[in-house]
Design a protein around this ligand. Structure first.
Ligand SMILES: [Fe+2]
Length: 454
């Protein structure tokens, strides 16, 4: 007797994939789109082909949803799969001879712009370059200089324009640090000594340092979901601090067991103390969320459960780390005004998930100066995506700007791009762009102003 498997949560509800690619022009806008928002909003996410059931949420083919805004108009929406070997002919990451095909990516985690180039990223692979119209150019290896994978969370220094990034691996060398110059040349590659085989989805930079997250989720070949990592109580979790310039001597700080997918930001003070913030998972939160990511029995209703805002302070004078909770909501996809990246930021934004006192999804804004938290409900049955901050032209305060987020409404089977005034989340959105159909819940994206592509 055959058993019917329940559908995977990442193929249903908000995450039900779309079956094809559309291009639609002249979208309807409610409210007024600020003319200064002239550029593109691109958002990546996992969207398997029809009939394909990946073994893990993160293994679904990458699809980018894009909106072209210009002079107060929403000129087009289009969605395109990233045409990688994994998408075109299911090429595996590991070839039959055991070597790794770094181009066998689903390229479904993020899309960024650097030095005028658009890169779709997935951390086990090379980046994939796409055009401003979302056609795939191909794998990008910095002119042959990048011979490893590249994180999906590179950091562009807002002052120098350099792109800092890394590769991590279950096999030595476990961690390699890279810097690309503002004009896109790979100028530095350095093995980080002392790093272990942990899952490093993100990292942080400050003005003078790089921060490594060597935490409690580590390589485990017994995990067969296709993402071979598991929580380990036996692993000694650490946060590493490395000078950005000079030799790569990393100071490792012992921390409590935990896992972090995303850093909100990090900064350093005059005494050299480093502060790092982000939504932290304990073992139960990680393993519960993982059940959703693989569609295991008893999985929760939302993809993320129990990640709580946490701040670590690393003090070189004592060699100790201290850890404090900064909030009691489950949040993820933290964002800031990236002009503050690596510097002390006052404001942070995130998606708040149902659970722990919240019945529906919301956007949330934090003010670290006052401790205030402002929630923006988006309505029953509606899920907002990562809220990307776009600074306002001539803005004089850190929060003068817009939050861009694509919603998924499973009641009305629609999606919208919300343009929200970041100074006050209690106001109605400044503009709402009506999308031609529902956009599945996704991962990360970027606002790419035309000035960055010229
Ligand atoms: Fe991420």
């Amino acid at each position: 007797m055959s058993t019917v498997q329940p559908p995977k949560p990442y193929l249903t509800g908000h995450y039900a994939p779309v079956a094809d690619e559309h291009t639609v022009t002249a979208l309807r806008v409610r409210g007024t789109l600020p003319p200064e928002l002239t550029g593109r909003y691109f958002r990546n996410g996992h969207n398997p082909r029809p009939g394909v059931t990946p073994t893990h949420w993160f293994r679904g083919s990458g699809m980018i949803h894009g909106l072209r805004l210009r002079d107060g108009r929403a000129e087009w929406y289009r969605n395109r799969w990233v045409r990688t070997p994994a998408f075109e002919h299911d090429a595996p990451l590991m070839r039959e001879d055991g070597s790794i095909d770094l181009a066998a990516s689903v390229a479904g985690t993020h899309i960024i712009e650097h030095a005028g180039r658009l890169l779709a990223l997935q951390e086990a692979n090379l980046p994939f370059e796409v055009t401003p119209e979302l056609d795939t150019v191909g794998a990008y290896d910095f002119g042959g200089k990048l011979t490893t994978a590249m994180t999906a969370h590179p950091k562009e220094d807002p002052v120098t324009g350099e792109l800092h990034f890394f590769a991590y691996s279950p096999f030595p060398p476990h961690l390699i640090y890279y810097v690309a110059s503002a004009d896109g040349a790979l100028i530095r590659s350095e093995v980080v000594e002392g790093a272990g085989p942990s899952l490093m989805h993100d990292f942080a930079i400050t003005e003078n340092h790089v921060v490594w997250l060597d935490l409690s989720v580590v390589f485990d070949p017994a995990e067969h979901s296709g993402i071979p990592y598991r929580w380990s109580d036996a692993y000694a979790p650490r946060i590493g601090v490395m000078p950005r310039t000079g030799p790569a001597r990393t100071t490792w700080y012992e921390v409590e067991p935990g896992a972090l997918l995303h850093v909100t930001n990090a900064s350093e003070d005059a005494q050299g103390r480093i502060t790092v913030e982000g939504p932290r998972y304990d073992r139960a939160a990680w393993e519960t969320s993982w059940k959703w990511w693989v569609g295991a029995p008893g999985h929760p209703n939302t993809p993320l459960t129990g990640a709580l805002g946490t701040r670590w302070t690393l003090d070189p004078a004592t060699g100790k780390a201290t850890e404090e909770a900064v909030d009691d909501l489950t949040t993820e996809f933290p964002t800031i005004n990236d002009e503050r990246l690596g510097r002390a930021n006052r404001y942070g934004y995130a998606v708040a998930f149902p659970g722990a006192g919240l019945e529906e999804y919301a956007l949330v804004k934090y003010d670290s100066a006052t401790g205030a938290r402002q929630l923006m409900p988006v309505g029953p049955g509606v899920m907002p995506g990562e809220a990307v901050f776009v600074p306002a032209e001539g803005g004089t305060a850190e929060d003068h700007g817009y939050l861009l987020t694509i919603t998924s409404d499973i009641v009305r089977d629609t999606s919208e791009l919300l343009v929200v005034d970041a100074t006050d989340l209690s106001r109605d959105p400044i503009a709402v762009v009506e999308l031609p159909r529902r956009v599945p819940g996704g991962i990360h994206g970027s606002w790419i102003p035309d000035t960055d592509l010229s």
